[in-house]
Design a protein around this ligand. Structure first.
Ligand SMILES: [Cu+2]
Length: 68
């Protein structure tokens, strides 16, 4: 099994609500096993098996944020 790790810098996340919104959207992307959001560094780290970069970016956008 190949585990991928994708990381994104997402501006505008400032509180627990933002963190939850992004996490819940990205968790729904096919193949995603884990989502970590670090508010201090604005980093979103996604782990999973054959995860689509485009789908993760779309999910982040769906949550109301933009991946750099
Ligand atoms: Cu917030």
């Amino acid at each position: 099994m190949s585990v991928q790790e994708l990381s994104y810098t997402v501006a505008g996340m400032s509180c627990g609500h933002c963190k939850t919104a992004v996490t819940e959207e990205v968790e729904q992307v096919a193949g995603v096993a884990a989502v970590e959001v670090d508010l201090d560094s604005k980093q979103v780290v996604v782990r999973g098996d054959v995860v689509s970069d485009d789908a993760v970016r779309a999910a982040i956008r769906e949550a109301g944020y933009e991946a750099a």
